[in-house]
Write a protein that binds this ligand. Structure first.
Ligand code: SF4
Length: 442
């Protein structure tokens, strides 16, 4: 009788932003390709990998807690991700971790795993699906097009953690997109630190896809992705003039009429202190021009309140911008100093209560605008993507709703709709964030 070998099993915890999710998926794909099993709990794993976030203090605390929990429950822990790149923070708090790496370190993480837990090589069963292993639901996927960032926003340390912009070859990106679409993915979420800068680092080099030359540039990428016949949603786009070229693709239905543009502020003085990309652009004029080409566009943005030096007048300017811009979706964060960020040295730091109060006021101010924008959709017919079905009906998303950050479309009579498929609905009602709809049968 042959004794079957124990299959090495790895527990995996993925924290942080979608870019981290992509890193996690790359490691998970390698693990499965090499025959490791993935455990959903600490007890069933031979060791645990924790992919951490180190962006703000709360994320650091969450990551350190999670490492502590994995050590208590399992004992063998490898740490990767942004927190791993922040000096000795991990080792100082948890000296017993087996290894620590920074972000985008698939190879290094695999080497540490091999050292602790060698793979059992079984070539006939070590199969991995061609689209890799994903941790998002089956019907949508994040597609990372570049790593790093060439900017120096004064509140951010991502360029220190992740390095300068490195664009993935366009042929690789398109190949991955095609594999995902063939595997049944219905929506691609394009992510990077600065999506509009795709290809700048390689001077928009010409790559190849399907035997044809194609430039490493966002417009060409969107054109090609638009041929896949699935939803393509752009995140982290800065309002550069080059973005205007994408609007006709949205108006023609090639890519979703959706832009996630982190404006962060509207006062030129604060934008300058923040050292934001495209800070000298006239954003209101740009938004107007986008809407002229594609009236259905949903614009999402985030803002920081209480940045050092922000006066009442600067904050008022931000509210006036919101009034004029009529953005569809807005997120806001009270400024929070990040260890190592240049903004910590700026004069005029504001007390936490002021930063929080302005955040509250901003969100309250935006509520009416967001509601009115949604109200304008009542009575319209829409194509939505079903995420989930429960006893109250189907939870779906419209072209204007990115998963996890935007609202939902509640299809109240959608109890038997297929999850992960597109369906036609008519919008019947709304509240501040969400739409309500009934299904259409024809
Ligand atoms: S654009 Fe600014 S906020 Fe975004 S990653 Fe680069 S430096 Fe950070």
């Amino acid at each position: 009788m042959t004794l079957r070998k124990h299959t090495p099993t790895v527990g995996f915890v993925s924290l942080g932003c979608p870019k981290n999710t992509v890193d996690s998926e790359m490691i998970l794909t390698r693990l499965r390709a090499e025959g490791y099993l993935i455990s959903n709990d600490y007890a069933g794993a031979d060791l645990v990998v924790v992919n951490t976030c180190g962006f703000i203090d709360d994320a650091v605390a969450e990551s350190l807690d999670c490492i502590g929990e994995a050590l208590n429950e399992n004992g063998k822990v490898i740490v990767t991700g942004c927190l791993g790149a922040k000096g000795n923070v991990v080792r100082d708090t948890h000296p017993s971790v087996l290894a620590v790496t920074g972000p985008q370190a698939t190879q290094e993480v695999m080497e540490h795993i091999h050292a602790q837990l060698p793979p059992v090589h079984e070539p006939f069963i070590d199969l991995v699906p061609p689209q890799g292993i994903r941790i998002t639901p089956q019907h949508y996927a994040y597609l990372k097009i570049s790593e790093g960032c060439n900017h120096h926003c004064s509140f951010c340390i991502i360029p220190d953690l992740r390095g300068r912009l490195v664009s993935r070859p366009i042929g690789d990106v398109l190949q991955e997109a095609e594999a995902l679409a063939s595997a049944g993915v219905k929506e691609l979420l394009i992510v990077s630190q600065d999506t509009s800068a795709y290809g700048v680092d390689v001077k928009y080099r010409t790559g190849f896809h399907g035997g044809r030359p194609v430039k490493t540039r966002l417009f060409e990428l969107c054109q090609a992705l638009g041929e896949l016949g699935i939803w393509v949603r752009l995140h982290y786009v800065y309002p550069y003039p080059s973005v205007d070229q994408l609007l006709p693709l949205m108006a023609e239905g090639k890519i979703l009429p959706y832009l996630d543009v982190p404006f962060q502020h509207a006062s030129p003085k604060i934008l300058k202190l923040m050292q934001r990309p495209a800070s000298s652009e006239n954003n209101l004029a740009r938004i107007k021009a986008w809407r002229a080409v594609c009236p259905d566009i949903t614009i999402r943005s985030t803002f920081i309140t209480g940045f050092p030096g922000e006066t009442e007048a600067d904050f008022e300017e931000l509210l006036s911008f919101l009034e004029e811009a009529q953005l569809d979706r807005v997120g806001a964060f009270a400024y929070s100093p990040v260890e190592g960020a240049a903004a910590n040295e700026l004069p005029g730091a504001l007390p936490l209560e002021v930063r929080e109060e302005r955040r509250r006021l901003l969100l309250e101010f935006q509520e009416d605008i967001s509601t009115q924008r949604l109200e304008a959709r009542i009575g319209r017919r829409m194509r939505v993507l079903v995420d989930e079905v429960d006893e109250d009906g189907a939870l779906a998303r419209s072209p204007g709703d990115a998963p996890e950050i935007d609202g939902l479309v509640y299809v109240t009579d959608g109890h038997d709709l297929p999850v992960g498929e597109f369906v036609e609905v008519e919008i019947t009602d709304c509240d501040v964030h969400d739409l309500y709809a009934r299904r259409l049968t024809d």
